[in-house]
Design a protein around this ligand. Structure first.
Ligand code: NAP
Ligand code: MG
Length: 480
């Protein structure tokens, strides 16, 4: 059993213990000391005390610390992956991928340490103007449970390399893996540079969101909570980066390998049990290939083996909680009432070995129309809606007609792919793949899917602001 304390000002801190369940079995995986408002405030103060000195540390010092964290994550990848499987239910291969990409993010940002430059600005008079990128100061990182390592570390690495200090708030449902590698962070950086306070969103998250000494916030999670964070941050005009929900359309056109498209869309919706902000949850399929595509996707869904993420035969694990399972089954019920055709799944699997976990069968609905609830709302589970379209114009219209605008994919071999990409109002567009995250590449949503970008060089911009310095070479005129 794993057991973790909070990390504040370089010291572990005890608190009320909260246990974390394995969603595949209901067993307790470990415990974590959860913080109170007072602990969150102490963490902010520790981060504020440490910040100036950290910002003045050499790029080389920051690079080394980030690289060491990457190395330690890689050296401990098996243990860390297993902990991630235990607390989220995801498949071991998915967890390993997440752990390695987390290490890669630290490497990517380590490499940027000595490459962040300001500018010199042409000015009309005898003035010299230069700019520099400066850290915001104290940054709060509010993290979701679906990819806690990947999504948490993206902001943490970028914030640290640019000279910010960090308070991380891990997700209540899966805090352990963040606590585990968080010890590396606490050890590799000076005291107070990284603080980690698990606890409820309404207490720790809310305290960080409106604290006047927090200088920037990054939040990854639901649109509803993102709005609350933005509102709280308004009290101090604190800049907020929001990485929110999605309802990603996958436009499937006849001029491509339909088997390949079916493979991609099935992976896009069923990997991580559909608990993915960029899950390909709406397939907008041209009528000429809809039957072929649907049959192929259904066949793939029916081949998926449900089980424990630790079992190498497992293709898909459980969803995160009993509540999530109920919510997903509620969507299935409404879809049937609204007239969608259930092609496969839609229930709890009847395998007696899976009854203690929160499993939902891979589910495919055909004959979905754009106004049905399953076509509009983020389900965050393994439920694919298939809609028939007659033209690219219609597909683009349906794809864009959503408050969510995080990711969209296009499945075509035609050169019109980039033209379609231009027409799609989504932060992330992929052609012949489902949306993928890469440390080098910016990430973020439009409309109600988010505000700002993380990842890539954009991550540096997300955690810095630009200060402008002007030198006047002429004497002041004597005007008074
Ligand atoms: P969530 O319920 O919004 O929670 C996200 C984080 O916010 C958790 O750490 C949560 O703490 C905290 N929180 C809750 N209430 C808060 C409050 N009042 N103030 C501040 N923080 C608060 O989201 P989730 O269920 O963990 O994740 C699923 C959602 O995240 C989906 O909508 C998904 O699309 C989105 N997501 C987006 C991206 C992206 O890159 N755009 C990536 C992954 C997920 P507790 O855990 O204690 O509740
Ligand atoms: Mg304890």
């Amino acid at each position: 059993m794993h057991s973790f304390d909070m990390q504040i000002a370089g010291e572990p801190r005890d608190g009320e213990e909260s246990s974390v369940e394995n969603p595949a079995t209901g067993e307790t995986v470990g415990t974590v000391s959860i913080g109170t408002r007072t602990d969150a405030i102490d963490a902010v103060e520790a981060a504020a005390d440490a910040q100036k000195k950290w910002a003045e540390s050499s790029p080389n010092r920051r690079e080394r610390a980030l690289l060491t964290v990457a190395e330690r994550i890689e050296a401990n990848q098996d243990e860390l992956s297993e902990l991630l499987v235990a607390e989220t239910g995801k498949c071991l291969a998915t967890a390993k991928g997440e752990v390695l990409e987390t290490a890669q993010q630290f490497r990517f940002y380590a490499g940027i340490a000595d490459k962040i430059r300001g500018d010199t600005v042409p000015t009309p008079t005898n003035r010299f103007n230069y700019t520099k990128r400066v850290p915001y100061g104290v940054t709060a990182h509010i993290i979701p449970w679906n990819y806690p390592l990947l999504l948490g570390s993206r902001g943490i690495a970028a914030a640290l390399v640019t000279g910010n200090t960090v308070i991380a708030k891990p997700p209540s449902q899966a805090p352990l893996s963040t606590m585990w590698y968080g010890k590396f962070l606490v050890e590799e950086f000076p005291a107070g540079v990284v603080n980690i306070v698990p606890g409820s969103g309404s207490e720790i998250g809310a305290t960080l969101s409106d604290h006047p000494s927090v200088d920037a916030i990054t939040f990854t999670g639901s649109t509803r909570v993102g709005q609350q964070v933005l509102e709280a941050a308004a009290a101090n005009i604190t800049p907020v980066d929001l990485e929110l929900g999605g309802k990603a359309p996958a436009i499937v056109l006849p001029d491509t390998d339909i088997e390949n498209a079916a493979r991609g869309v099935a992976q896009g919706i069923f990997s991580n049990a559909g608990q993915n902000c960029v899950a390909t949850s709406r397939a907008l399929v041209h009528e000429d290939v809809k039957k072929e595509f649907t049959d192929l996707v259904v066949e793939k869904a029916e081949r998926i083996t449900l089980g424990s993420g630790f079992d190498s035969a497992t293709d898909m694990g459980p969803v995160i909680s009993a509540q999530a399972q109920d919510d997903i089954l509620g969507y299935v019920e409404t879809a049937q009432e609204e007239g969608a055709t259930l092609r496969t799944g839609g229930d709890i699997p009847d395998n007696p070995n899976l009854q203690d976990g929160h499993f939902v069968e891979p589910t495919v609905f055909d004959d979905v129309t754009p106004t049905m609830q399953i076509a509009c709302e983020e389900i965050f589970g393994p439920v694919l809606s298939i809609l028939s379209v007659e033209s690219i114009t219609e597909a683009v219209e349906i794809a864009n007609n959503s408050p969510y605008a995080l990711a969209a994919s296009i499945w075509t071999d035609g050169l019109h792919a980039t033209r379609i990409a231009d027409l799609l109002d989504h932060g992330l567009v992929t052609i012949n793949t489902f949306p993928v995250s890469m440390p080098q590449s910016p990430w973020g949503g439009n409309k109600e899917s988010g505000l700002g970008r993380e990842g890539g060089y954009e991550g540096v911009e997300a955690f810095t602001t630009v200060d402008s310095v002007v030198i006047e070479h002429d004497e002041m005129e004597d005007t008074f």
